[in-house]
Design a protein around this ligand. Structure first.
Ligand code: AGP
Length: 367
């Protein structure tokens, strides 16, 4: 039954709607209230081994790589271990230095992406420890890694990934919590994250329930030739993923930039024909992000802000999508959801074959 469209027009749509249920599935049985941590026995690593890692390196391709960037930020925030993400497709060709005290984490929905699988074998050959954040049970990558976290998102058919990405981000939330609680994350902060993780499935539902409003904005996006997606720090990967999704299925030219980089070049491209999707969460950088939106508007650009209800956009002429607030570390998970709906409805408006976009394959199993 999981493979069936169940009355929906597209798999992508069906899979977006499944997100509350699947996000609940990935945390089920893995949250430990008593010690305010996550139980991740599948990693096959002891607390002692996990404490010994000095660095975390996350590898994946495309959207999985962008979620890996969210994961790296979560791990730095909660576990205070230096962490970064890199495209596995680049990593494999640059003779990377493999260190015994780095924890390598590969991320893949299909578990069959050739570039990511190659990174796994290269890391293993050179003595590194590599675990997986994988959806497809028994896939090539799942079999090759030392251990990992299965995503329990069910089969994903649409080329444009949605529910698997959300569950990857949830899995990184748990991994960061687990690593943090083995180091110096306090019980209180552990509880704060754990409680927030439990609320996310219902909060995703709330974003999905805002669909009618998002459809109106997607129609405006469908009319544009070019779009910028901007976000700062935790929200830069959100921008990257949003731009990617729009490109993949609606063929609208979309590029992501860190909000802070606008003034270093891309601002030159802003004019009335440019649509900017700005991620403006309620956090310590809100004022700076609102300032960037002002600069875009001053140059005649049109803006859709993905934001929180508590953010004061100071009467600016922007369309806003308010998403429920989580803890700052976990906000990206919810801020991504409207970008899926925007891309889906833009593509629908333009009449494209959403589940099978041109030139793309669901999993890239060749070099
Ligand atoms: C997502 O919408 C893309 N189709 C693509 O970037 C994908 O995430 C990437 O190819 C990685 O696939 P994987 O997760 O199966 O390894």
């Amino acid at each position: 039954a999981e493979w069936e469209l169940t009355g929906h027009q597209h798999y992508m749509y069906k899979e977006m709607l499944e997100q509350p249920e699947k996000a609940a599935a990935v945390i089920r049985g893995r949250l430990d209230d008593r010690f305010a941590t996550a139980r991740l026995n599948g990693l096959n690593l002891t607390p002692k081994e996990l404490r010994a890692f000095r660095r975390v390196k996350i590898l994946g391709c495309g959207s999985a790589y962008y979620v890996g960037q969210i994961g790296a930020q979560l791990i730095e925030d909660l576990a205070r271990i230096p962490a970064d993400a890199e495209a596995a497709s680049e990593f494999r060709y640059r003779n990377p230095i493999i260190e015994p005290d780095t924890l390598y984490v590969v991320v893949s929905q299909s578990g069959e992406t050739a570039d990511t699988a190659f990174a796994v074998s290269e890391i293993k050959r050179k003595g590194g420890t590599v675990v997986g954040v994988v959806n497809a049970v028994g896939s090539t990558i799942a079999r090759e890694v030392h251990g990992g976290i299965y995503l329990h998102a069910g089969p994903e058919i649409a080329v444009a990934s949605t529910k698997a990405l959300t569950n990857m981000a949830m899995a990184f939330g748990m991994l960061a919590l687990h690593l943090g609680r083995l180091r110096d994350l306090s019980f209180a902060d552990g509880e704060r994250i754990l409680t927030a993780l439990k609320r996310i499935p219902d909060q995703i539902q709330a974003v999905l329930d805002d669909e009618a409003h998002i459809i109106d904005l997607a129609k405006r996006l469908a009319k544009t030739q070019n779009a910028f997606y901007i976000g700062r720090v935790r929200q830069y990967p959100v921008a990257r993923e949003g731009a990617q999704k729009l490109k993949e299925i609606s063929y609208v030219h979309a590029e992501a930039y860190p909000t802070s980089e606008l003034k270093h070049g891309p601002l030159a491209l802003i004019d009335p024909s440019m649509m900017t999707v700005a991620v403006v969460p309620d956090d310590e950088l809100t004022d700076r992000n609102v300032g960037a939106v002002q600069q875009v508007l001053a140059r005649g650009g049109e803006v859709i802000a993905i934001t929180h209800a508590s953010v004061d956009l100071q009467g600016l002429d922007v369309a806003r999508i308010d998403v429920p607030k989580s803890e700052p570390e976990l906000d990206p998970i919810l801020l991504i959801i409207p970008t899926q709906l925007l891309a889906y409805h833009a593509a629908l408006t333009l009449g494209y074959d959403i589940d099978k976009p041109r030139n793309l394959a669901k999993s890239v199993t060749v070099e």
